[in-house]
Each structure stands twice: as C-alpha cells, then as structure tokens.
Ligand binder design. Structure first.
Ligand code: F6P
Length: 536
C-alpha cells in the first residue's frame, strides 16, 4: 500500500485537491455535447465485461459526447486516479486512507490478506466437517449486512444448509425475531462490525450473548464470532482470538462484503460462493483497469449516469432486477451509491456546481411494474432505469423465464420508444371508439418515451457474475466521484447522525433537564417519550 505517500500538507489539507468541476473547460464541452446527444433507437451498443453484457443503447450518445468524455476524464487524471485506487493509494483524503477492497479479491493479494483468507477457509472447513451449528444469527448493519444478505438470498433462495437470521436494526423487535426459533446450544452468533463501535451491532450482540447465557450455554463466547478492524475491542468484549477475523482500516464499510464478513454466506450456502464472487469481481477489476474508455463498462455507466443526473437533471436512478433472487441488490446498490455519492462538496471543500449522486431506489420486476412503473412511464419526473436480467434461469420452467424476460424488454421498450398521440389515437379508433372519445383518451394513453436505461444481462446468476456485477457498480461510483470531484469513500453525514443519537439516547435515559440547544419539537418529544422520571 502506498500509505507513505504525502497526501496532506503540514496544515492537514490534501495536497493539490482537484480543481472544481465548474472551472474545467472540459466540463463545459461535455455538458454541451450531452445536451445535443440523443437516444438513437437504431444504435446498438453492448459491452462485454467479465461475463456481463452491458447494453447502453438506451442512453444519450454521440461521437462528440464520447470525445468530450475522454477529455473530461483526462482532465480529472483518470488513469492516475484509477491506478491509485487499484494499488492501495490514499483515495479517501478526508480520512487519509486507501479504499483497497480490490486487494481482498485479487488472486495474488498481499500476504496479510492471504493469511486471513486461509484462516477463514480453515474455520469454515472445520465447522462444516464437524457439522457444527445448525443456526446462524448474523448481526451487523449497512455494509456489514447488505452484501451478506444479498449473497445468501441469491444463492440460498431455495433453502440454506444452516438457517440464518439477519439482525441489523436497533429496534428490539429485530433481535427478538432474530433469536426466536433457534436453539441457543446450536447457534453461532456472528458480529460483523468494522469499527466495533456501531451501537446497533454492539447492543444486539449483547442481547444475543445474554440469550446464550440465559440458556446455560457453557462458554457462550465460543459461539460468537467477531469480524472487525479493531480486534482489541472484540477481545475486550470477551471474544476469543480464534474467533476474531480481521478487516483492515483500508476497507470501506460498504465494501466489507469482500472480507471475512462473508463468513455467514460461506456457512449458510458454501465457501465456493465467496471464492466465485471474488473471482468475478477480480475479473471486473481487470476489465476496469485495462479496457479502453469507450469499451469500459464501469466508465460508460458512470458517464451516462453523469449525463442523466448533472445535465438532464434526473434526480433518481431506478434499479430493476428482473430476478427475484436479487431483491437485496436494491438496498446494496442504494448504500453503495448514496453513501458514496450523497455529497455536494468537493475535495477542496467547495460546493459542486452541478447536482451529484442521485437517489437510488427499486424493486425486482415484475412486482415493480405493479407498484411504481406507472410513475416511470407517465409521471412528470421519470428516472433512468438499470434493468438487470439473467439470460438463463436455474429453475425448470422455461416458460416463466421467457415471460419474465419479455416483461423486462417490454418495459424498457416502452420507456425508450414511448407512444405518440397519433399512435394512441389510431389504437383507440381501431377499438371502435367514437372520434371525440378517441381524441380525449389518446391524450391519456400516449407515452413520452426517451427515458434512458441500461440493460445489464448476466448469462446466469452465479457467484462469479454477481461478483462482477457488484464490482461494476463499485467502479462506476468511483468514476462518478472522480468526475464530480467528491470523495466517494467517507460518510460524514451519517457520522453526524450517530453523534446526535448518542446525546439523545443519554437524554432519553436520564432525568436531566432537556438540552437547551434542542429545537422546540425535539425538546417536547424528549420530555414526552422518556416518560415519568423516577429519579433512578
Ligand atoms: O452507515 C455508516 C457506516 O459506517 C457504514 O459505512 C457501515 O457499513 C456501517 O456504518 C456499519 O459500520 P461498522 O461495520 O463499523 O459497524
């Protein structure tokens, strides 16, 4: 890792922060080219990357835009920045850290990562061969949760070898549900927390420990695992060294899926899932590192995302996985994109002149069609959509799969081509409607069209393709952060909320006078919610 490279001035500011976007003539050219570009229905553009087909035909495109994009990336020193990321340089200046998740999945990685990987494999192997633990309670939140949930649901959708409950929320109902139905004597509790300070995880972990103790488990700590970058904190908590697996400081929380946090996936489904996902992600890393800009899938996704958000003004991005097993992909990408790009100040500390990271939302199709697709088709805002589908299904009903794919293509087609007033009118008249009614109804039945989308096709859902898919989004986010000039690896907004919650927890649990700095409503509700003060 290049941790020793000077990244800060003596005053603690980053050395030469990138210039703000609005000062770059390359941005002005890009913006201009993006405004002139159109979605061309006769254009077919499919990029193959690490076994994934990315079809960007549904995006605004032109040769001038492609050229302007290359210039913009050059102005942002894209090659050097990518090299920094992939070689473990400091790419997170506000926390003075690398974001070297790619090292966790590199086939030939650094010795400490390889050694920890080996420890994990041995642990899984022993647990499996001794058929230890029938149940797992996985406790973790955000990046210590979503990736594992995603992988377990994607590959364990038909049932898992061990039963798994996920507990993330501090809401006591979550841990109550997480522990219920499991035999404490046959349960492994996995606490995943990079920081080992996250209130939700520590409190839920305590409840799980108490549950083991109350059941008379002889050595409850032997049924607990900690995965963390602060082994000393886990040790202090009582967890034995053999049950502590390491994450490193240079792994961002939302990338921890690639670390030992995936232990639960391996125990629930198979260790092959971790290996397969890592191989797929590593293949995407290689593609990202080597493919020319015009054929680089994450780069092209990033650029059309910037056009959609910063030039065309779309405020959100819809994720539509046409695969029921990928329901958790939506919150996973939500965290990845929104925690990374939900910022409006650039690295120099100046406000970014254009709108940055969009809100990300979605639901698997076809459920989504019966929930919010009406808004996408005819609402006043609309949103670009990432359609994700597997060419091949793993069930035995090909007819179902063809219908599913037809729906996916149909939605995309409707958003893309729309339906003109004349077409709608002809339709109504063909239905035998009187002219006046047909003219009125046609106005309700027309579709604006021209709504941008990506179509992402996985040959089939395998650990390899899922790993590649996640890395595709990760690198896309990195490129967008680079162009906007923001740091995609910190999350100061979330940190602020955590600090306030600590103070409020103290207030709610005490009889102290309410902090005079609170606004009237918060002060009122603190008084009301803490109930009668008993003085204890
Ligand atoms: O939401 C903020 C955050 O720091 C995420 O980035 C992280 O995934 C989550 O909290 C959990 O953090 P930890 O793994 O340290 O418990």
């Amino acid at each position: 890792m290049k941790q020793n490279i000077e990244t800060e001035t003596a005053a603690g500011r980053p050395v030469a922060p990138p210039p703000s976007l609005s000062t770059l003539p390359e941005w002005a050219h890009f913006e201009q080219a993006a405004r002139a570009a159109r979605i061309d229905p006769s254009r077919l553009c499919v990029i193959n990357a690490a076994g994934i087909n990315l079809d960007t035909s549904g995006q605004h495109a032109s040769e001038a835009l492609q050229e302007a994009a290359a210039d913009l990336l050059a102005a942002r020193n894209f090659n050097a920045a990518r090299e920094q990321l992939l070689s473990g340089g400091v790419v997170n200046p506000t926390e003075n850290r690398a974001a070297w998740h790619t090292a966790l999945r590199a086939p030939a990685t650094v010795p400490e990562v390889a050694a920890e990987r080996q420890r994990l494999i041995e642990f899984i192997h022993t647990a499996d061969s001794e058929r230890r633990w029938r149940n797992i309670v996985h406790i973790g939140i955000g990046g210590s949760d979503w990736g594992v949930r995603l992988a377990v649901a994607a590959f364990g959708y038909a049932g898992t070898w061990r039963r798994v409950h996920f507990v993330a929320n501090i809401d006591g109902h979550a841990i109550q549900g997480g522990l219920s139905g499991f035999d404490p004597h046959d349960t492994l509790v996995v606490m995943a927390s990079k920081s080992f300070t996250t209130a939700e995880t520590l409190e839920n972990g305590r409840r799980a420990l108490e549950w083991l103790q109350a059941a008379g488990v002889a050595d409850p700590y032997k049924q607990m695992i900690a995965i963390t970058a602060r082994p000393e904190a886990a040790r202090e908590w009582g967890i034995p060294d053999a049950h502590i697996f390491k994450i490193w400081d240079w792994v961002g929380g939302r990338f921890s899926l690639w670390s030992a946090v995936s232990l639960t996936t391996a125990l629930a489904v198979s260790a092959d899932v971790i290996a397969g996902m890592q191989a797929g992600a590593a293949a995407m890393d290689k593609h990202f590192a080597e493919a020319p800009i015009a054929e680089n899938a994450p780069v092209q996704m990033a650029l059309s995302g910037i056009v959609n958000r910063s030039v065309l003004g779309y405020g959100s991005l819809n994720i539509a996985p046409y695969d029921f097993r990928l329901a958790n992909l939506v919150p996973y990408i939500q965290q990845l994109e929104m925690e990374s790009l939900g910022k409006s100040v650039d690295i120099a500390g100046d406000r970014v002149s254009v709108p940055t990271g969009p809100a990300v939302w979605g639901m698997p199709g076809t459920d989504a069609q019966h929930t919010f697709f009406q808004w996408l088709h005819q609402g006043s805002d609309g949103a670009p959509v990432d359609f994700i589908v597997c060419a091949q299904a793993d069930h035995g009903w090909p007819h179902h799969h063809r219908i599913l794919m037809a729906h996916c293509l149909a939605q995309r087609q409707a958003l893309l081509r729309g339906k003109s007033y004349d077409e709608a009118l002809q339709e109504c008249l063909a239905d035998g409607m009187p002219l006046e009614r047909a003219q009125w109804l046609a106005r309700h039945r027309l579709h604006g069209g021209g709504r941008p989308s990506n179509l992402i096709i996985l040959q089939r859902l395998s650990p390899y393709t899922l790993g590649a898919l996640l890395a595709l989004y990760e690198h896309k986010v990195f490129v967008q952060g680079l162009v906007w000039g923001i740091n995609p690896f910190d999350q100061w907004g979330v940190e602020y909320g955590k600090v306030l919650a600590k103070g409020l927890t103290r207030m709610l649990e005490s009889c102290d006078p309410v902090d005079p700095g609170y606004d009237a409503s918060t002060a009122y509700w603190v008084e009301r919610l803490r109930g009668p003060c008993t003085g204890t």
